[in-house]
Write a protein that binds this ligand. Structure first.
Ligand code: NAD
Length: 294
């Protein structure tokens, strides 16, 4: 391996420590404990693990994490009722609806129903619009985590060609939007590749920074990487008992300049960013004036 390893686990740990300190200071001045309410529908084991880790993260940073568990056959209107209750509850500052939802539920209807001031995932159209205009309120956690990893690893984004593979609303699109913004962590020239992109490998080979968010194990191979490029692997794929990313790590790490591992790269950053957004939501709702997210 010649690439520098970008250690998301330790970077996330130090961010969490800082958030715990900020949360304690906030509790002291406001008397309020930030509270994240997670909504989990159905019994998908991976979703249950993600939600549990998020709850645990809240507890470890001095915040409250509550779980609202609903059966897979819950109706859309029952789910909307729960969200309306959480929106109206002054003790709840952040609301997270764990995706994916069962097929009979319209994701967009549910995400649109979350109060934008409590939308710690940053998926509400108002928050997507604010991000797109370069004045984010809540930045979606996974792409934000990728951006912070680049910053912490000392990777310059200004003027760099960043290629994002994947165009989901959760990762690819907001990632592209963040890298495109003016200022620190942005100012990149951004190309977004997706399932209909022609000659994807040739485009990726042009990249100084590659963000892989496809959901296909080992999709990105060494021959697609320009020597010295930075590779951020968002993918989480289960191959038997093993978790692997979207990047063929063993080979790509011989060519890349810097790379994130899976696990221990982007995953821990996602939760750290969510905790940051939860504290931010509590500060917003108690009337504190905030700097722009970032
Ligand atoms: P998604 O399925 O919603 O989107 C995948 C994207 O990849 C699509 O836009 C599609 O166009 C593109 N794609 C699929 N096949 C392709 C192909 N053959 N060529 C080019 N592009 C192709 O997935 P998502 O929610 O964006 O997640 C992507 C991956 O990231 C998944 O493995 C997911 O588990 C992982 N993920 C990780 C975290 C984390 O915290 N680390 C968070 C969210 C998602």
């Amino acid at each position: 391996m010649t690439a520098a390893l970008i250690d998301g686990k330790s970077i996330a740990a130090s961010i969490r420590e800082r958030i715990a300190g900020d949360a304690a200071a906030f509790r002291q001045r406001s008397g309020v404990t930030p509270h994240l309410a997670a909504v989990l529908v159905g019994d998908d084991p991976a979703s249950a693990v993600y939600v549990r880790n998020k709850q645990r993260g809240c507890e470890q940073t001095g915040m409250t994490g509550s779980l609202h568990r609903l059966s897979a056959d819950v109706s859309q209107s029952q789910l909307l009722e729960l969200i309306a209750r959480l929106n109206a509850d002054p003790d709840v500052h952040g609301i997270l609806v764990q995706l994916p939802l069962p097929r009979h539920i319209d994701d967009a209807r549910i995400l649109d129903a979350v109060d934008p001031l409590k939308d710690v995932d940053g998926f509400h159209p108002t928050n997507v619009g604010l991000l797109s205009q370069g004045r984010p309120r809540f930045i979606p956690c996974t792409p934000h985590g990728c951006q912070v990893l680049l910053r912490e690893a000392g990777i310059r984004t200004a003027g760099a060609h960043a290629v994002v593979i994947g165009r989901s609303d959760i990762v690819g699109k907001p990632m592209a939007s963040l890298l495109l913004q003016k200022g620190a962590g942005g100012d990149a020239t951004v190309t977004v590749c997706h399932s209909r992109t022609r000659d994807l490998a040739a485009i990726v080979r042009e990249a100084d920074i590659v963000i892989a968010a496809i959901g296909r194990p080992h999709f990105v191979t060494a021959d697609m990487i320009r020597p010295g490029a930075t590779v951020i692997d968002v993918g989480i794929n289960r191959l038997g008992q093993v978790l692997v990313g979207d990047v063929e790590f063993a080979e790509v790490s011989k060519v890349a300049g810097a790379i994130t591992p899976v696990p221990g790269g982007v995953g821990p950053m996602t939760i750290a960013m969510l905790l940051g957004n939860t504290l931010r939501a509590a500060r917003l709702q108690t009337g504190e004036t905030l700097e722009t997210a970032g």
